[in-house]
Design a protein around this ligand. Sequence first.
Ligand code: COA
Length: 160
Amino acid sequence: MLREPEARDRAGFVELLASPEVHTYLGGPRTRDELERTLPEVPERWPGSFVVELDRSMIGQILLRRAPAHHRPAAAGRIDLGYLFLPRAWGQGYAAEACAAALGWLTGVLPGEPVVLATQTANHRSMRLAAKLGFTEAERFRAWDADQWLGLRPPATGAV
Ligand SMILES: CC(C)(COP(=O)(O)OP(=O)(O)OC[C@H]1O[C@@H](n2cnc3c(N)ncnc32)[C@H](O)[C@@H]1OP(=O)(O)O)[C@@H](O)C(=O)NCCC(=O)NCCS
């Protein structure tokens, strides 16, 4: 289930954001101490920010947000998709199902809006997910000491 974040998700956010495994390709995790001190009571509550829930517990988060400034000019001003799932939820198709639903929500609120996504090329799970969701390569670039991939998902045409 996709829903907006609530106060009961705070522990899930700490687990997600402090996980070294989740942050292997994202510049490293934050410390639990720092997260406990700084996360608001209800983290990440804004339109386009989703908690993914399975059996009443948070398994991940999906973010759809406009990036006014982006590392790559091709992505500046575009809506950017981000996804983080707890390792125990990987390998079961939940991320694909949840991201497709979030993109469907976006099509409903902003029809005709393209979406971008940046990920490290070494992040094979993320690269596979991006392809499954219909992103195709816009460019490859080097940043933060790693090879990066910028994907673009054209707006849905409405064709079945
Ligand atoms: C990127 C990330 C979300 C991908 O998660 P994921 O679980 O691999 O992605 P999917 O939901 O597409 O699941 C795909 C896997 O589920 C398997 N699967 C099992 N049952 C399935 C089912 N019923 N339906 C679909 N897929 C199923 C697929 O075969 C595939 O396995 P494979 O990777 O071994 O080929 C996850 O690895 C993650 O959170 N990483 C850390 C955060 C991160 O790096 N984010 C990127 C930021 S840009």
